[in-house]
Design a binder for this molecule. Structure first.
Ligand code: HEC
Length: 182
């Protein structure tokens, strides 16, 4: 009789715990707040910018560009400009002048890069294009620094140790330098 009661109670307890567990699941499944959605859309645009940036960075060490390389530069810079315009119109932050300015800088640098492609036959065009890659990179770095975003290891997995010491420390942006840890 006593044993039967014990078993009954145990089963009941297990059932209650089970239901509680399920409830946590159900309630944890709430849709994310609105802020999250806006974030991920900006992050998507950023990923597109990143893809194009990496395409030009990858070839930036070449001593000579082929027609195909120039095509990559034209397409990438055009894409960065297009996506930056979307960032500017959809995700402006009127209360953050530096963010606004750096977005405009990113657009200008991308447009300059695109412009250089039309002079690709001229002397110095290669160096000009390479310079623009650095200008762009600096803009990315400055804005991420400004916002305290440190995503360098995420951008370049595997290069963390070599290029990114002191991940937690966010130093003030240096306008003249190109920070490595962005
Ligand atoms: C004016 C500011 C600004 C500039 C310039 C900028 N970014 Fe960003 N970047 C951001 C912000 C803000 C986020 C965070 C987006 C989010 O998660 O909502 C971000 C996030 C990212 C991410 C992470 C996206 C993800 O999937 O979470 C990558 C990659 C990135 N940026 C690459 C770049 C590259 C490459 C450049 C330069 C060509 C650049 N960014 C220039 C503001 C900027």
């Amino acid at each position: 009789m006593e044993v039967k009661e014990l078993v009954r109670r145990t089963i009941l307890t297990v059932l209650i715990i089970g239901v509680c567990g399920m409830m946590t699941y159900v309630f944890a499944d709430e849709p994310p707040p609105k802020q999250e959605k806006e974030k991920s859309e900006l992050a998507k645009l950023m990923s597109g910018i990143d893809k194009s940036y990496k395409a030009v960075e990858e070839i930036s060490g070449y001593y000579k560009y082929s027609d195909n390389d120039w095509k990559v530069i034209a397409e990438s810079s055009e894409n960065i400009a297009k996506l930056t315009k979307m960032v500017i119109s959809k995700f402006s932050r009127p209360d953050d002048q530096k963010y606004q300015d750096l977005n405009k800088t990113m657009l200008t640098e991308a447009e300059k890069m695109y412009e250089i492609v039309s002079h690709k036959g001229e002397q110095g065009a290669l160096e000009d294009a390479q310079w623009q890659v650095r200008r762009l990179r600096q803009t990315c770095a400055l804005c991420h620094k400004h916002l305290g975003i440190t995503i360098y290891p995420q951008l370049y997995p595997g290069k963390k140790e070599e290029l990114h010491p002191g991940q937690t420390e966010i130093a003030a942006p240096k306008e003249t330098n190109i920070p490595k840890d962005w």
